[in-house]
Design a protein around this ligand. Structure first.
Ligand code: ZN
Ligand code: ZN
Length: 334
């Protein structure tokens, strides 16, 4: 960390110390400041001090401290934070659960027993990030028993197999999904421009501006690639050619809606879109790059939360990007 960043943090801590009646926002902001500059011990100590003051942490403070502590890879600290989460009574919260799973994985201490304690799905998503197929199989078995009607479980498990080169196993999961009559909701993204709502599905060419949208999309993809964006091919079907995989990613509904927004809204205005499912990991990454390269804030509401993309970053602070629905897989199934 550079000296300038350290000084800024010292100044922030000075202000923080000077606040007489510190409320939750003051504590959470300072904890997040430490988390952002990767000072996990400082963040954790401050978090403990907040608890001593009997201030109940909110989601922001919990996510900050979990995120930063994952860098410590300390099982003991992970257990302690897990206890705080349970006592904080947030109930079922997918982002929190995913962050906890990630924390445990980084401590090297995730076992199948925990699959029964947590939900996205969260465990399967983490397995995908960490390419842990054995754990994914155990988790999927439990999840299929507990939640056999949830299509996201099947899609994600199939994608985990496919990304590990086990296409036959991936096909078996898809067959199982068909046999059980589980059908997937198709993903779509909508955007409101001048009081009219426009909706896009993946590969959509039904819009009057389609030619313009696709030519602009190509330009945008080229620009973000120059900036460092690399398409994450894990988010498409795996039984297609590499070149085709990239094309499939580029025409996801999120990207089409964003480009439509770029074309049809005033320079510098905020682009607001809604995704009916959870945002795909690749589109999440691409949105960060687009916000920076095009100088536009993008506010995306997906099935789980708001994402505020600005200058190359997203407000969600999710560790890694997790997807539960593969749109093309869905398309093939239906
Ligand atoms: Zn996508
Ligand atoms: Zn986000």
């Amino acid at each position: 960390m550079d000296v300038c960043t350290l000084r800024k943090n010292d100044v922030a801590r000075g202000f923080f110390n000077g606040i007489i009646d510190k409320d939750l926002v003051s504590w959470a902001s300072m904890i997040e400041a430490y988390a952002q500059v990767n000072l996990p011990l400082e963040a954790l100590e401050l978090f403990k001090s907040m608890m001593v003051q009997r201030i109940r942490p909110d989601l922001v403070a919990l996510l900050s401290v979990i995120r930063t502590c994952s860098n410590l890879a300390s099982y003991k600290k992970a257990r302690w934070i897990h206890g705080v989460v349970i006592r904080s009574f947030f109930g079922h919260h997918v982002t929190l659960e995913t962050s906890l799973v990630d924390l445990y994985v980084k401590c090297g201490s995730l076992n199948a027993g925990k699959a029964r304690c947590w939900c996205l799905g969260a465990l399967l998503g983490a397995c995908r990030i960490h390419s842990n197929i054995e754990l994914a199989k155990t988790a999927a078995k439990n999840l299929f028993e507990l939640d056999a009607e949830n299509p996201g479980r099947y899609v994600l498990m199939s994608n985990i197999y496919a990304s590990s080169g086990k296409q036959k196993d991936a096909d078996k999961i898809r067959d199982l999904m068909k046999q059980r009559g589980v059908r997937k909701v198709a993903g779509h993204t909508s955007i409101e421009i001048r009081n009219k709502v426009y909706t896009f599905v993946a590969g959509d060419k039904s819009h009057a501006q389609s030619d313009l949208i696709y030519s602009e999309l190509e330009k945008v993809i080229n620009r973000i690639r120059q900036e460092g964006y690399k398409p994450d091919l894990n988010f498409v079907l795996h039984d297609v050619e590499e070149e085709m995989k990239e094309t499939m990613l580029y025409v996801h509904s999120e990207k089409l809606a964003i480009v439509f927004g770029l074309l049809n809204s005033g320079p510098g205005s905020v682009i607001r879109i809604n995704k009916n499912l959870r945002v795909c990991g690749d589109c999440h990454t691409a949105s960060k790059f687009i916000s920076k390269v095009m100088g536009r804030e993008i506010v995306m509401r997906d099935a789980h939360r708001f994402h505020h993309f600005n200058n190359g970053a997203c407000s969600c602070g999710i560790i890694g990007d997790i997807v539960i629905e593969g749109q093309y897989l869905v398309h093939k199934l239906s």
